[in-house]
Design a protein around this ligand. Structure first.
Ligand code: ACM
Length: 664
């Protein structure tokens, strides 16, 4: 194949390319820019006012100051002729934020000032994030392009579930996560608080839960109130999850009588699905849950209460003669029906304490009241089935951040796609939105941000923006901007990555470690757990932990190979040369880093396929005849290099393969 002639991609005049994520419902560009300088510090609030709005105005100034590097003190404008941003808020939002709130806003920016209008404080919060994202630098300085935006979310439920149980995440990490969520207009923080591996919240009623089930790593109730207030300040609801009747080993350490098999129990240290499950046949179980749920329902103001319900293997139930006898006596046919009985009882308790029950797919059974909410981890079909039965739901299948897929992968998943696409209009109304899930088998506070961000922002756009916003290249362009913004807000996905690379390098040079890290990705799906057994204290300091799920370097290289214009060839050659030669740069670093020893093989494979890529380039640029032996040899090499090494994939293999096939 001959190299293609370069395609002229530049339009004759610059189009307005904003960096907003999520993309607003409606955006009308105008002429000129509002300058952002030291006088920006003055945001004027009009109409309905409350402390949350004052705090939001101060925070906006602080964030603009961080983003621009211009020191500002909120409310202290120097020589400001008029407030640069004027906010009009009409009325309050609900005292406890619900899933039915109006989050709309209108933002108008002109060269002389900006105005933000919203019916209630939630719209103000969303609009302020939009304003902050619009701040950028051009040849004249910092500013905001003139624009009119009318915006509202597509879905009312836009969440992130964080597992703080498998690995403990202190309050500071939760708050930082909430900051990131607010920046991309997410509005539900789903707090997965209990698991086999830990019970992470203080119960005053049943203190042995945290005293014996947490290794001392749990939130006090004061800390929980602090997190809820912090979230409310940012327009985010907080929903606690207490997973039951399975995923409950940590409860049983202090309260073995809740279990379906005699104890004693210890905190689980491995990952996987385990046998311990609550005993659904004893009245004492429900008395305990009534008191416990009552205590937690009073602590968490949200109208929903999550009871988990997933992955009960039923082994303890099968093994207990008393439970089997109970089932026979009550005409309960199997473990699924036994769980349905349990869930129905728990639903009654949740409702008695003034809450609506939410749970994973498994909570749905035919006699369940319709005011529950199903969170589908199994797929859009479960969600569609629920909607047809009259039950509302949210989608999480396809949004598991722990599985190591790219932002583009998640971006393509739509809560109203696949199984839900042919629902009636009424049934579609029952699909309230979605939640990404961050399960923490391989996530510590250090790794949290890099595992959530920036991919979460792409999912947030799926939940907020119109359904037809699907341009992947433009998504990635804006994701880069949002990623930089998030670091200014205090997120650490970039800075921690750099620290992890430095740790891997020991005292040695970081550059060759970075070069390798940027072209590898962690194995996908559950392959890591399957590769070898891990436990809760396994070191998470390896290249697989630093490596990103979604490599920008590989994406850029793949784009060059896809286009392969004459001007791209020298750049392709530069990359390939860097990768080929990197293997020779690593040994001095590896000599002082036990952490890198396992990566020698993948580094060698990188070098070999890069060399093959360079040969392909030479062939492309010459008139050599077809050579079947050469291509067969390179294919075999690529096939070997494709195999995971140290739980890493050589993610630059597919574009190099493409290059080699092109040279055939
Ligand atoms: C789940 O992933 N078991 C909810």
């Amino acid at each position: 194949m001959m190299p293609k002639a370069p395609i002229l991609l530049m339009a004759p005049f610059a189009l307005f390319a904003h960096d907003l994520m999520p993309v607003p419902a409606k955006l009308q560009p105008a002429a000129g820019r509002l300058r952002i300088d030291r006088n920006f510090a003055f945001v004027q609030l009009n109409g309905y006012r409350e402390p949350r709005l004052e705090a939001a105005a101060a925070r906006l100034v602080e964030h603009v100051a961080r983003k621009t590097g211009i020191p500002m003190a909120p409310g202290i404008g120097v020589h400001a002729p008029a407030p640069p941003l004027v906010v009009y808020c009409d009325h309050s939002s609900a005292p406890v934020q619900t899933a039915q709130e109006d989050e709309s806003y209108r933002l108008t920016v002109t060269p002389v000032g900006a105005r933000l209008d919203a019916p209630n404080p939630l719209g103000v919060l969303r609009g302020m994030e939009t304003f902050l994202q619009l701040v950028d630098l051009d040849a004249a300085g910092f500013g905001v392009p003139a624009v009119t935006i009318e915006d509202h979310p597509r879905f009312p439920w836009r969440g992130l579930m964080l597992d703080v149980a498998r690995h403990w995440m202190p309050l500071a990490d939760v708050k930082r996560t909430l900051d990131g969520m607010a920046a991309v207009k997410l509005n539900v923080f789903h707090w997965h608080l209990s698991e086999n591996q830990g019970f992470r919240i203080e119960s005053k009623r049943f203190p042995k839960l945290q005293e014996m089930g947490s290794d001392g790593q749990y939130y006090t109730q004061d800390q929980v109130r602090e997190a809820i207030a912090y979230a409310r300040d940012r327009g985010i609801r907080v929903i606690p999850e207490f997973d039951m009747p399975g995923h409950t080993t940590a409860w049983f350490v202090g309260y073995p009588e809740l279990a379906s098999a005699p104890g004693p129990y210890q905190i689980e240290r491995q990952w996987g699905i385990f046998d311990p499950a609550m005993d659904p046949t004893r009245e004492e179980t429900y008395q305990f849950l009534d008191a416990f749920i009552g205590e937690m329902a009073a602590l968490f103001p949200d109208e929903y209460f999550h009871i988990g319900g997933d992955e009960v293997n039923g082994k303890q139930w099968d093994a207990n003669p008393r439970i089997r006898k109970f089932m026979r006596a009550h005409g309960i046919k199997g473990n699924e029906d036994l769980q349905a009985y349990f869930t129905r009882r728990v639903q009654g308790i949740v409702e008695k304490h003034g809450k609506k029950m939410i749970g994973w797919d498994e909570i749905l059974s035919k006699d369940m009241p319709h005011n529950i909410l199903v969170q589908s981890w199994r797929g859009p079909k479960a969600l569609a089935d629920a909607a047809r039965q009259g039950v509302s739901g949210i989608l999480s299948n396809g949004y598991y951040l722990d599985l190591g897929y790219s932002a583009a992968h998640h971006y393509a998943v739509d809560p109203l796609g696949d199984g839900a696409a042919d629902l009636s209009a009424d049934e579609k109304q029952r699909v309230l939105g979605g939640e990404a899930c961050m399960w923490s088998e391989f996530v510590t506070p250090e790794l949290l941000d890099a595992r959530v961000w920036p991919r979460m922002a792409a999912i947030a756009e799926r939940f907020w923006s119109p359904q037809n916003v699907t341009d992947v290249a433009d998504m990635y362009r804006r994701l880069g901007a949002v990623s930089r913004d998030l670091e200014w807000l205090g997120l650490t996905h970039v800075s921690e990555y750099e620290k992890m690379l430095a740790r891997l390098a020991g005292g040695g040079q970081v550059a060759p470690v970075r070069t390798l890290a940027e072209v590898v990705e962690p194995v996908k799906d559950y392959a890591r757990e399957e590769a070898h057994p891990y436990d809760a204290f396994a070191p998470l300091n390896r290249l697989i932990d630093a490596a990103r799920a979604d490599s920008e370097t590989v994406r850029r290289f793949a784009a060059l190979v896809d286009r392969m214009g004459a001007e791209d060839l020298p750049r392709i050659r530069e990359w390939l040369t860097l990768w080929r030669d990197n293997h020779a740069r690593l040994p001095p670093v590896m000599a002082n880093s036990a952490l890198l020893a396992e990566d020698a093989e993948i580094s060698k494979n990188l070098s070999a396929i890069a060399e093959a890529g360079l040969q392909a380039l030479d062939r492309l640029q010459s008139t050599q005849p077809r050579d079947a032996a050469w291509i067969a040899e390179k294919r075999a090499l690529l096939d070997r290099a494709k195999q995971p090494k140290a739980e890493l994939l050589l993610s630059v293999e597919p574009p190099i393969r493409k290059l080699i096939e092109a040279a055939r």
